[in-house]
Design a protein around this ligand. Structure first.
Ligand code: SAM
Length: 416
């Protein structure tokens, strides 16, 4: 990672970091309440959170970073007698020294000055006895090498209670991918040029320099390195076709890239979804938080955290000084019931029958993560059952396992 970015990261919390931290914070509260009740052989199973790229603990402006957000939540459990652990990996001397100081008040927390990937065996060992959450937030997408993460994901494959939150900078990935492809195309042209192809081996480098520029040979080496790095992050070379496809807009390509990343994570995790995170100043996501779990009901908690974050952001955007509503609105807006009903109808239409909870997850997943909470969708399913759009339950109460079917009216419904 560029040391300039690593240092400037902690000058002050940027708008997108604020929302990323909000998701972690909103997620941890219900997650820890749930997992603290998990028992292994009759006794409470200990909980371990691993912050793999921990940083310095606190921003220079005083705002807390991920290690202290996590420590605060775990501290509440520790004070109630639950067994908890926090491991924070940080390689950079200065950040590590600061982090170690910040974590001193928390006896269950450990700052480790080590490359997180070098300690995967230890993490995997802990994950076999603890309910484990991995928080993976590097400064640079190049550090998200799936081949390395695989070390821990493989080892915990059998383990039910391991989850991961991964900050995936899809935009930065695609930027590098576009650069790599443009250089490859240029070099490809050079290699096919007859002046080059027919030249004696000794003259080839001279022709490359003469026809193009003297950086081509250096770029060739760089691009090969970037190419294999990108393959290792994504677990495949599908990004090449994405970049080359001229009929697809860049925003669409980024969404497809995120879908591809989720597909790779499904090798290890049954449930994988991704939440876009945008700064106040732009509607374009800065990055995605990928959520990976072996336990699909945990998605409701992540999605709820996503809804809280998205609604807080919308409120902040509406309250910006130059906005019409500046200072007027104090409550986040919730979606209209008819909006949620339409989303549920759209999801239900694609099934012949589906369990209540699967219908809820289908409504909230994919591009809709962070739009409708589980309880808003449950209310909608009840409404649609009572009004005859869905069948299979009375709609008086939530029945998670009931088999829900679209009625003929919904089958005939055309979504305009
Ligand atoms: C984006 S910052 C982390 C921010 C932190 N999650 C927060 O919210 O406060 C990434 C940090 O990871 C550290 N780092 C980079 N490579 C690492 C590695 N291989 N293992 C552990 N830490 C690493 C960097 O020095 C940097 O401080």
């Amino acid at each position: 990672m560029g040391s300039k970015y690593r240092n400037s990261f902690f000058e002050q919390k940027r708008a997108w970091s604020k929302y990323k931290d909000a998701v972690l914070n909103y997620y941890l509260a219900p997650y820890l309440q749930k997992v603290k009740e998990i028992k292994a052989r009759g006794v409470g199973k200990p909980i371990c959170v691993v912050d793999m790229f921990a940083g310095r603990g606190r921003f220079k402006t005083g705002e807390i970073g991920s290690p202290l957000i996590i420590a605060g939540h775990l501290n509440q459990l520790a004070s109630q007698g639950y067994e908890v652990k926090l491991l924070c990996y940080e390689t950079y001397d200065e950040h590590f020294a600061h982090l170690a100081e910040e974590l001193k008040p928390f006896p269950f927390a450990k700052a480790l000055q080590a490359d997180c990937f070098g300690d995967m065996d230890n993490v995997a060992e802990l994950a076999s006895t603890h309910t484990t959450l991995l928080y993976i937030d590097p400064c640079d997408v190049n550090q998200l090498v799936l081949a390395k993460l695989k070390l821990v994901f493989d080892k915990v494959r059998q383990n039910q209670s391991v989850e991961a939150l991964i900050v995936f900078m899809a935009r930065a990935f695609l930027r590098q991918a576009a650069w790599a492809r443009s250089i490859e195309t240029r070099i490809g042209d050079a290699l096919n040029d007859p002046l080059f192809a027919d030249a004696d081996d000794d003259d080839k480098a001279m022709w490359l320099d003469a026809l193009y520029d003297k950086h081509v040979a250096t770029q060739h080496a760089q691009v090969q390195e970037t190419h294999s790095l990108l393959n290792n992050i994504l677990g495949s070379n599908c990004w090449e076709a994405l970049v080359d496809d001229e009929s697809t807009a860049w925003e669409q390509k980024i969404s497809q890239l995120v879908d591809e990343y989720k597909k790779q994570l499904r090798t290890w995790f049954k449930c994988v979804e991704a939440l876009p995170v945008r700064p106040d100043t732009s509607s374009l996501p800065k990055y995605w938080i990928a959520f990976a779990s072996r336990y699909p009901p945990a998605f409701d908690l992540f999605n709820r955290a996503g809804c809280e974050m998205m609604r807080t952001r919308e409120l902040n955007v509406r309250n910006q000084p130059d906005s019409l509503f500046a200072g007027i609105e104090t409550e986040p807006e919730v979606p209209q019931p008819q909006t949620v009903d339409r989303a549920v109808k759209r999801a239900a239409k694609s099934f012949s029958h589906v369990s209540w909870r699967e219908l809820r997850w289908a409504t909230c997943s994919g591009r809709s993560v962070g739009l409708y909470t589980d309880s808003e969708v449950n209310q909608s399913i009840k409404r649609l059952l009572r009004s005859g759009w869905l069948t299979g339950a009375t709609g008086d109460k939530v029945e998670e396992m009931a088999s829900i079917r679209p009625s003929q009216r919904l089958v005939d419904w055309i979504d305009h």
